[in-house]
Design a protein around this ligand. Structure first.
Ligand SMILES: Nc1ncnc2c1ncn2[C@@H]1O[C@H](COP(=O)(O)OP(=O)(O)O)[C@@H](O)[C@H]1O
Ligand SMILES: [Mg+2]
Length: 324
């Protein structure tokens, strides 16, 4: 499989000025490296605030990295001229959690779907026909062209968000929690639609979610983030070897839905990006932590075929049975 996206040692720090304290540096994304092959679905999972959306914005060059590189279809994005960047922007699109943020409530769906063309400075030859094609691709009929966002359900609006992302024939789509605000049944329909589109159009997805079970079901590989870093890259159906991924898994497989904890309600808290420890950022919450963990931050290293882990005690953790 050919690589379409390659992210190397990507970091992003935000400098913020807090009252009385002067400038402080917040590390939102730290030393992130991973690849996506053409046609692959790469899942990115982690608690709220771990840097998922910042990573998405970095990949699409909506914000600049502090350091590191992004290769798209073999070329270094930083080396692109304005014109090349505009072309690569067409090829990389984003779908957001809240379709409202990408559809202006004052305009019809038709104009929302034509907006990407206007931004690029070129309308399609037959605009009405292209709008119908796009609606058709996402399972909406022609009548939707002249509706307004408030006349549609959450699922229908997210279909429009996806159609907008498809307008310029992209090859890579970054989806940032695309189903997080939808009911479970609607979520399943959107996932099926995304899967079908990927197969029909040969798309590659970076699928961001805080729902590990959804990511494990839908994605070919799972990138687990913690406090801005990747702690594990797991192949489909691979058994996690990082204590944090295990913690996420055990909360997901709690059989009684009432006592099932969501990721955002796991015990303990990740350290702040303002004050990261020298050692492993997960050590304070980890059952396996030893003195080494407080002293040295473990590197992300190969663990098995297509499986990487950043943990001093990965082997020991892996030998433990999964608590399901
Ligand atoms: N422009 C910014 N300035 C300062 N801090 C930011 C900025 N953007 C994001 N952050 C911080 O970076 C951290 C990661 O945010 P984000 O990438 O949105 O996480 P996630 O999508 O995983 O919930 C958050 O703590 C957030 O406050
Ligand atoms: Mg986010």
């Amino acid at each position: 499989m050919t690589e379409i996206l390659s992210v190397k040692n990507l970091s992003r720090r935000f400098v913020t000025k807090r009252l009385w304290r002067g400038a402080e540096v917040f590390s939102a994304v730290r030393n992130v490296s991973f690849n996506a092959s053409r046609g692959e679905i790469v899942g990115v999972v982690g608690e709220s605030g771990c840097g998922k959306s910042t990573l998405a914005r970095l990949i699409l060059r909506l914000i600049e990295p502090s350091s590191g590189e992004i290769f798209f279809e073999g070329s270094d994005l930083a080396s692109f001229s304005k014109r090349e960047m505009r072309r690569s922007r067409q090829k990389m699109q984003m779908v957001f959690q809240d379709p409202y943020s990408s559809i202006d409530p004052r305009f019809t769906i038709q104009s929302a779907l034509l907006e990407p063309f206007k931004v690029q400075g070129q309308l399609p030859a037959k605009p009405d026909q292209r709008v119908l094609e796009l609606l058709n691709m996402v399972g909406l009929d022609a009548s939707f062209a002249h509706r307004y966002p408030h006349q549609m359900s959450g699922g229908q609006k997210q279909r429009v968000g996806i159609a907008r992302a498809l307008a310029l024939n992209p090859s890579l789509i970054v989806l940032d929690e695309p189903t997080a605000s939808l009911d479970v049944s609607v979520q399943a329909q959107i996932i099926n639609l995304l899967d079908q589109l990927r197969r029909d159009l040969g798309l590659t997805y970076i699928f961001i979610s805080h729902d590990l079970s959804l990511v494990r079901y839908f994605c070919d590989k799972t990138v687990v983030m913690y406090a801005g870093r990747i702690v594990e890259i797991l192949p489909k159906r691979g058994t996690p070897a990082h204590p944090y991924t295990r913690m996420l898994m055990s909360s997901v497989f709690e059989p009684d839905p009432k006592s099932r904890r969501t990721i955002t309600r796991l015990a303990g808290e990740a350290p702040s990006g303002y004050a990261l420890p020298v050692g492993c950022a997960f050590a304070t919450r980890c059952a396996f932590a030893t003195q080494t963990c407080n002293e040295a931050d473990p590197a992300l290293e190969p663990f098995a075929q297509r499986h990487q882990v950043a943990c001093h005690h990965a082997k020991k953790c892996f030998r433990e049975p999964m608590v399901a």
